[in-house]
Write a protein that binds this ligand. Structure first.
Ligand code: SAM
Length: 270
């Protein structure tokens, strides 16, 4: 197997990825700060991507290996599985099928798991849910499977929207119950439209600095006393989120930790 090792990540070398495809790469993968580009034959590469190194490696079907190592993830009343593991959902659990791919949210990250657990623990029947930073759509879809009347997933990354819609479809979520749009909350990000309205429940798996920035928007988009579920918060940044919620008059703040990650729940100001 011929692999071209290019220093950097899929983010930092985003502008160069097309050059790798154009040169004949059959697959790209990121591992520990290096992009691995798979080739069938050695190619002449343009100067922008000439800082890498060609290596001949033992053959391995990395996609098959990745798939073989995936396990179902149980979070509250939901078990998240890729499409080929639906048979492994324990009896009584709600299956949530997510095709592992480009969007964050397969259930294998502690933050996603804690957010689904938190959704399982709040009354959702007949409620509306706003999922900020929807990624694969996993939290919005979980909310509908758990009984929410509607869920709206928003994300600033346009690539996530068709993926989230497809995941909703795979899970048999009717069109009117889950919607996904490119967008966010907050006037500091004016290029993205803010979704209108007020929701019964708001969930957001982002990061602490963004929760701090958006705390006022969260308060404005949840019914008085409605639940707020926040994660994506590293332990060291937890106090920033707690201070933001206090500033915006949220009440009943609770914290759960899983390793270095925190999940915070609160109730919107009355
Ligand atoms: N909700 C999924 C989950 O829990 O697994 C995905 C969470 S992933 C950690 C964060 C997502 O938020 C990414 O898809 C990213 O594009 C999106 N995002 C980042 N900043 C955002 C913002 N300001 N507004 C909305 N979405 C944002």
């Amino acid at each position: 197997m011929l692999v071209y090792h290019l220093p950097g990540t899929l983010d930092t070398r985003e502008a160069h990825l097309d050059l790798l495809w154009e040169a004949g790469a059959t697959g790209l993968e990121e591992r520990a700060g290096t992009i691995r580009a798979y080739f069938e034959i050695r190619a002449d590469l343009p100067a922008e991507i000439a800082d890498g190194e060609w290596r001949l490696e033992a053959d391995q079907d990395w996609l098959a290996e990745f798939k073989a190592n995936l396990k179902p993830v149980t979070a509250g009343r939901v078990t998240i599985v890729p499409p080929w593991l639906t048979g492994e959902v324990p009896t009584g659990q709600l299956p949530l099928i997510i095709e592992p791919g480009m969007a964050f949210g397969t259930g294998h990250h502690a933050t996603t798991r804690m957010a689904v657990e938190a959704l399982s623990a709040v009354p959702l029947d007949g409620h509306s849910v706003l999922d900020v930073g929807t990624g694969s759509g996993v939290l919005a879809i979980a909310a509908v499977l758990l009984g929410a009347r509607t869920a709206l997933g928003v994300d600033i990354d346009p690539q996530t929207i068709p993926i989230a819609r497809e995941n909703a479809q795979i899970n048999g979520v009717p069109d009117g119950r889950a919607a996904f749009v490119e967008g966010t909350l907050g006037s500091d990000l004016p290029e993205h439209a803010a979704p209108d309205g007020v929701y019964d429940v708001l969930v957001a798996n982002l990061y602490a600095e963004l929760h701090d920035l958006l705390a006022g928007e969260y308060a404005a988009h949840i019914i008085p006393g409605g639940p707020l579920i926040l994660t994506g918060i590293l332990a060291g940044k937890l106090s920033m989120v707690q201070a933001a919620l206090e500033r915006e008059d949220f009440t009943d703040v609770t914290v759960r930790m899983d390793g270095e990650w925190a999940l915070v729940t609160a109730r919107a100001p009355q």
